[in-house]
Design a protein around this ligand. Sequence first.
Ligand SMILES: [Zn+2]
Length: 84
Amino acid sequence: MKNSSSSKKFYPFAFLCGTTGHSFKVSQKITNHINEYSCKNCGCQMTDSFNGKLVRLDNKKKEVNECLSSFFQKKQKLRLQRSI
Ligand SMILES: [Zn+2]
C-alpha cells in the first residue's frame, strides 16, 4: 500500500527554470562523490548517478542513496576507529 503524502509546495520563481535553467544547491551529501541537489526556484530534485551524470531523483534512486549513505557512514566510522 502506497502512502503518498503529496504536499505540493508553491515556488514563485519556478518560471525562471524554463528560461535560465535550474539553480541547484546540494541538499544532502551521500558520499564524497555523490550528492543530492534541489533547485531553489522550482524544487526539482536531482542526484549524481554512478556514471557521473546528473539524473532526476525518483523514489528508487532515493532508496539507493539512503542505503549508500548508511554504508558510507559505517565505512567512515570503521576508518576512524582503525586510525586511532
Ligand atoms: Zn528549477
